[in-house]
Design a protein around this ligand. Structure first.
Ligand SMILES: [Fe+2]
Length: 403
């Protein structure tokens, strides 16, 4: 990207920033605490729905953790139908299959129950139920013509922030690309944060999802669409994640640590849904869609390299230093560069402590130019503090590539 394109990109962010600063993005009401998943049907029942489609993935379904929720729904006069084939990177076909179940079983609401994949899939199922347009045509911002059918979220991981964000990411396996769908109509009517559900997460998933949440917080904070609300939520999320993620990774049954991470992921979700993400997500989406890799792990690998790239900007360096100081990673007497580098080092240390690899051997060198194209075109409207060239993108992928 040349200087003219960079200036154009920066200018094109201005109206979006003005819109995002004025746009009222609702924060969904939250029922939280151990076993609150058994009380959540009382909240759903208030809306008058009679038959919900639960959208989940096979692992969560096989674990049996949905069964008590279904029983509690029945006790509140609500039938439940289960769709449990959501893929880790949910596909367009997942959405169509679930919508078919929704329609044939005459459901009148959707519950996303699981990790970010299930919640993202459930959102688009709810949207498709009332918007007769192909998923591909929803790609982008504010493409939904009608309000989604009532949608509720029960996250079992702590990372995606999908439970409070306007965003959903759906993979198109044919093109090996991801559709990014953003609309305020995708925010759930209510959310249940039950730390007992998160306690079942294996350490590797705890690590990957937690680093995804950290990436949301940092990308929203360092980007140019930060508002006071975004900064506040991002800083709070960051401090919580540095204080609790490794504890949750080591001691998964500790409900206090799990609850803290659920809060952190929620706050980070609130931050990025208003402040957007940046290059870490753009490249993670491009690479993840091509090779079906974990979103959180890719974010964790890319994050230190992208933040080092941002050190070219004094403003970005200052912001990263604020983020580090707020998380207790240094002293006010230290200069911005030192604090920002302490943040990056801490991220690398956390990755290593949680067995997140620094590189992947999945990337085919022949694919790299196209991956960079996809990532840079996705990032075109992200409020990144420093704009990447094609060469920068190639170097970024090389930095996480074992080949
Ligand atoms: Fe993410």
């Amino acid at each position: 990207m040349n200087k003219v394109q960079q200036a154009t990109a920066n200018l094109s962010n201005l109206p979006i920033k003005m819109i995002m600063q004025r746009l009222k993005v609702p924060t969904p009401p939250v029922l939280e605490g151990p076993d609150m998943v058994l009380r959540f049907p009382e909240v759903i029942a208030v809306t008058g729905v009679r038959r919900v489609l639960i959208v989940a993935g096979p692992t969560v379904s096989a674990s049996g953790m949905i069964d008590p929720f279904i029983d509690a729904l029945k006790q509140n006069g609500i039938d439940a139908v289960l769709y449990d084939k959501t893929m880790p990177n949910p596909t367009i076909q997942n959405v169509y299959d679930a919508v078919k179940v929704y329609n044939t079983r005459h459901c009148d609401a959707v519950v996303g129950f699981g990790g970010g994949s299930s919640l993202d899939c459930a959102k688009i199922v709810a949207a498709k139920a009332t918007n007769d347009i192909p998923v591909e045509h929803m790609d982008g911002a504010f493409k939904l013509r009608f309000r989604a059918t009532p949608f509720f979220a029960v996250p079992t991981t702590s990372g995606s922030g999908s439970e409070c964000s306007i965003a959903s990411v759906i993979t198109n396996p044919e093109t090996k690309t991801k559709n990014l769908i953003a609309d305020t109509r995708l925010i759930p009517l209510a959310v249940c944060l039950d730390p007992k559900l998160a306690a079942s997460m294996p350490p590797s998933v705890t690590a990957a999802t937690g680093m995804d949440a950290l990436t949301h917080a940092i990308e929203a904070y360092v980007g140019d669409m930060d508002t006071s609300f975004v900064r506040d939520k991002a800083l709070t999320a960051g401090a919580e994640i540095f204080a609790h993620l490794e504890n949750a990774y080591i001691d998964g049954d500790n409900l206090d640590e799990r609850m803290a991470m659920m809060h952190a992921a929620f706050f980070a979700g609130e931050a990025f849904t208003r402040g957007f993400v940046g290059y870490v997500h753009a490249f993670a989406h491009a690479i993840g869609a091509r090779y079906d890799l974990s979103h959180g792990k890719l974010n964790a690998m890319l994050l230190p390299h992208v933040l080092r790239f941002y050190l070219k900007s004094k403003k970005a360096t200052a912001k990263l230093s604020e983020f580090a100081y707020n998380a207790g990673l240094g002293e006010l007497t230290e200069d911005d560069r030192t604090l920002a580098e302490a943040l990056i080092t801490r991220i690398e240390d956390m990755n290593a402590a949680m067995d997140i690899p620094a590189v992947t051997d999945a990337i085919n060198p022949d694919d790299v130019p196209e991956l960079v194209d996809h990532a840079l075109s996705e990032a075109w409207l992200y409020p990144v503090p420093v704009v990447m060239t094609q060469g920068d993108g190639m170097r970024l992928i090389a930095a996480i590539s074992a080949c």
